[in-house]
Design a binder for this molecule. Structure first.
Ligand code: NAD
Length: 298
């Protein structure tokens, strides 16, 4: 079962699971992504909220749960903090209870690289988290709920860094910086950058996120594992790369950056590579694939 299966990570994951002949159930209330993201995929859809424990009452036999459904950005948390925090944490309680009662073999939970917050990069799983916003606090709370459950179901918690790639269009202004800049540059609009563009992020291509999640589901490994590319690129470098790839010369518009804004994220990916044997794409390779997918679609 994939909760939040219509979302950016969800739809990419569901597509690969179906291609691997898995029988997939999607639980999604379609509050943040359209049902059409699942068009043509042979899945069973449970249109319910993960907030309600009753949503989990009449499911078919489920071996693996990918629990993706939740508000996925700091911006959403800023607008509706109570709703976002409770959706994230209460749904985690519901999934844990369901998994324990029904003998689920594995839960894969997308935590976030943002739990590291102010901690100095490169960020390793043993680095003490220093979250700077409620989104990251909620993600960390979910990790701790899993670890603090007596006899928890086998769970891999993936601290995913900044995912980007095809399938994030429905996210609008909360899409990844790569997606936002791509959309602007492709239409000759200046991409908007908070600050001077020297802030850097560990960007991971969606295909790699999906690969890591699928390997995590089959792996006996439990606990926290980073999911990043192991590289950190500045926003200015991303704009440069996109301009080069698209044959454009669009310059960004720089505006004041918000407080609590992170300077640099950079995952130590040694545990990820050792545990799941995934070698992630470089940003240049990922950007090329992303641009090609958009060129093909137009
Ligand atoms: N995108 C990233 O780079 C990234 C990085 C780290 C962690 N994550 C986590 O991965 C998960 C998925 O992120 P995404 O980028 O695909 O987000 P998304 O917003 O595209 O998808 C979220 C999905 O969850 C559904 N949903 C939301 N609330 C729900 C509810 N109460 N009941 C049922 N369904 C509900 C939405 O309709 C949507 O389909 C989130 O938990 C997010 O925090 C994402």
């Amino acid at each position: 079962m994939v909760t939040g299966g219509a979302g950016f990570i969800g739809m990419n994951l569901v597509r690969e699971l179906c291609a691997a002949n898995s029988h997939v159930t999607v639980m999604d209330d379609f509050s943040a992504a359209p049902r059409t993201n699942l068009s043509g995929l042979p899945v069973d859809i449970v249109e319910r909220s993960v907030m309600e424990e009753s949503s989990f009452a009449k499911l078919p036999d489920i071996d693996h749960v990918f629990h993706l459904a939740s508000p996925s950005s700091v911006i959403l948390y800023g607008k509706e903090p109570q709703k976002c925090f409770s959706t994230t944490t209460i749904s985690m309680i519901n999934v844990l209870r369901y998994a324990k009662t029904n003998g689920v073999k594995k839960i894969v939970y997308p935590s976030s690289g943002s739990v590291y917050g102010r901690a100095s990069p490169p960020q390793k799983e043993t680095t003490i988290p220093r979250p700077t916003n409620l989104y990251a606090v909620a993600k960390l709370a979910c990790e701790q709920m899993i670890e603090g459950t007596e006899d928890p179901p086998p769970t891999t918690m993936l601290r995913i860094f900044a995912g980007y790639g095809p399938g994030e269009a429905h996210k609008g202004q909360i899409a990844s910086p790569v997606g936002l800049f791509l959309r602007s540059i492709a239409s000759d609009e200046p991409p908007i950058i908070y600050g001077d563009g020297t802030q850097s992020r560990d960007f991971i291509y969606i295909g790699d996120v999906v690969k890591i999640m699928m390997r995590a589901a089959e792996s006996p490994a439990v606990g926290i594992v980073n999911a990043g590319s192991g590289e950190s690129h500045t926003f200015n470098q991303v704009v440069e790369m996109l301009n080069r790839r698209l044959g454009k010369k669009v310059t960004p518009r720089y505006i004041n950056r918000p407080i609590n804004y992170l300077e640099r994220t950079h995952a130590d990916t040694s545990l990820m590579t050792k545990t799941f044997g995934v070698t992630p794409l470089s940003l240049e390779e990922g950007v090329d694939k992303y641009c090609s997918s958009i060129e093909l679609a137009t």
